[in-house]
Design a protein around this ligand. Structure first.
Ligand SMILES: *Cc1c(COP(=O)(O)O)cnc(C)c1O
Length: 392
C-alpha cells in the first residue's frame, strides 16, 4: 500500500546533499558558531532577494515576530513594551505564534474575520473595525499573515495603514518567495517576519528565522534586542533576548536557498495538478485563485507559493474524508483546527471584532494535501484520484 507523507525532508536532503554537506563542513572547519560569516551571508542574500535594506537572522519565526513588535514599541512609543491598551489587528486563523507574539510584546490582539476565498485577513473587516470599534483610536498596527503561501491583499492593507498611521508587520512564515504584484512578501510592510522551521518552504535543520525591514532605526533596535538588548553585549540598553540565528542553520539555509525558486515552482505545479484533478468534484472548495470563489470576486496575482494546498470540504465531511484518505495511505493535516480567539491563552487577552464566522467555519472544514516538492507525479495523481473517489 502507498504511504504518502505530507513532506519528505529526507528526499530533499538527498537532492541537495552535496551543497548542504559542503556548507556544514565549512563551519566544522572555521568553528565560528556564533555570528559566523554564514549569518551575514544569508542575511545579505535574502535582503537582496526580497528587495529590502536589512535582513536580520533570528533563532525562530516566533522570535522574529516578537523582535519586530518590541522594536516597534521602543521606536513608536518610547517604551520597552506596548501597553495592553495598544491594539494590533490580526487574523484568528493562523498559527498560535502570530497572536502570542502580540501578547509577548505587551499589546492586545484584535481578531477580525478572514476572507473565505483566501483564508487571509479581510481588509474590509479591518476597515470596519477601524471605523466602528469604540477603541479604534488605540489601534497601533496590523499583523497580516500570508497563510498557506498566498499573499494578503497588500494594497488595501497598506492603504488602510497609511490612512490610520499604523505599522504593518507581515507574517511571511509560510510564504518565503511569495509575491504581491511584483514585490516579494516581506518587503511591503514596516517589517516582515520569516520562519525557517524545517517544514517551511525554506527550512533549516532546526529552528531559525529572519526579519526584514527598510527602516534603519528598527533594524538597529532588532539587532540589539536579539543579543541581550545592547550594541555591546556587556552594557545593554533594552530588555533583550538571546535570539541569534545559529551559524550552522545559516550555512544549511544558504545551501537550500539555491533551490528555493525551483522548489516553489515545483509546489505550484503540484497545486496545478491537484486543481486540474479536483476541479469537477462537488463538495470541495479549491484554493483561490485557481478556482473562482462564490464568496469573492477578487483576483489575486499569481504569487502563491503553496506552502500548503488547502481545500474546504463541504457538508461536514472533512473528518470522514481525512480518515478515508488515511486508509488509502495518504497523510493530510488540518491547519488549523482551532481559531486563536477560542484558545485559553487569548481568553480575556484579546478583542474580537463582530463575528469570526468564516474563520470558525474554516477550522471545521479545511484540510491540506501533501505538497512535497519532490513527490512523484504518480503519487499526486493517486491523491487526486482517491479524493475524487470519495465523492463518487
Ligand atoms: C511557523 C509559523 C510561525 C512561527 O515560526 P517558528 O519558526 O516555528 O517560530 C509564525 N507564524 C506562522 C503563520 C507560522 O506558520
Amino acid at each position: 500500500m502507498k504511504n504518502i507523507p505530507m513532506l519528505d525532508l529526507r528526499l530533499e536532503y538527498e537532492y541537495m546533499k552535496n551543497d548542504i554537506d559542503t556548507s556544514i563542513k565549512k563551519c566544522l572547519e572555521h568553528q565560528k558558531w556564533i555570528f559566523g560569516p554564514e549569518v551575514k551571508e544569508l542575511e545579505d542574500k535574502i535582503a537582496s532577494y526580497i528587495g529590502v535594506k536589512h535582513c536580520i537572522g533570528v533563532c525562530s519565526g516566533t522570535e522574529s515576530l516578537v523582535l519586530s513588535l518590541r522594536a516597534l514599541a521602543i521606536k513608536t512609543k518610547g517604551r520597552e513594551y506596548f501597553d495592553r491598551s495598544d491594539l494590533i489587528i490580526t487574523t484568528p486563523f493562523t498559527f498560535t505564534a502570530t497572536g502570542d507574539a502580540i501578547l509577548r510584546a505587551g499589546a492586545t490582539p484584535v481578531f477580525v474575520d478572514i476572507d473565505p476565498a483566501t483564508y487571509n485577513i479581510d481588509p474590509v473587516q479591518i476597515s470596519h473595525a477601524l471605523s466602528s470599534m469604540p477603541s479604534a483610536s488605540n489601534v497601533v498596527g496590523i499583523l497580516p499573515v500570508h497563510l498557506y503561501g498566498q499573499s494578503c491583499q497588500m494594497d488595501e492593507i497598506m492603504k488602510i495603514a497609511e490612512e490610520h498611521n499604523l505599522f504593518v508587520v507581515e507574517d511571511v512564515a509560510q510564504a518565503f518567495g511569495g509575491m504581491w504584484k511584483g514585490k516579494r512578501l516581506g518587503s511591503i510592510g514596516t517589517t516582515g517576519s520569516f520562519s525557517f522551521f524545517p517544514s517551511k518552504n525554506l527550512g533549516g535543520f532546526g529552528d531559525a528565522g529572519m526579519v526584514s525591514t527598510n527602516d534603519d532605526e528598527l533594524a538597529g533596535l532588532m539587532r540589539m534586542l536579539l543579543k541581550h538588548g545592547g550594541k555591546d553585549k556587556y552594557n545593554v540598553d533594552h530588555i533583550g533576548y538571546n535570539a541569534r540565528l545559529d551559524t550552522l542553520q545559516a550555512a544549511i539555509l544558504i545551501a537550500k536557498f539555491k533551490y528555493i525558486d525551483e522548489f516553489n515552482n515545483r509546489r505550484r505545479k503540484i497545486a496545478d495538478l491537484y486543481t486540474e484533478g479536483l476541479k469537477d468534484v462537488n463538495g470541495l472548495v479549491l484554493p483561490c485563485p485557481t478556482q473562482p470563489s462564490v464568496y469573492s470576486t477578487i483576483q489575486l496575482p499569481d504569487g502563491h507559493v503553496f506552502h500548503q494546498y488547502t481545500v474546504r470540504v463541504l457538508n461536514g465531511k472533512r473528518d470522514e474524508l481525512q480518515s478515508y484518505l488515511k486508509e488509502k495511505g495518504i497523510s493530510t493535516m488540518v491547519y488549523y483546527p482551532f481559531p486563536l480567539h477560542k484558545m485559553k491563552v487569548f481568553e480575556g487577552r484579546c478583542e474580537i471584532f463582530e463575528n469570526l464566522t468564516y474563520a470558525e467555519q474554516a477550522c471545521e472544514s479545511v484540510f491540506s494535501l501533501p505538497v512535497e516538492p519532490l513527490m512523484k507525479q504518480e503519487d499526486m495523481l493517486y491523491i487526486a484520484q482517491t479524493v475524487k473517489s470519495f465523492f463518487k
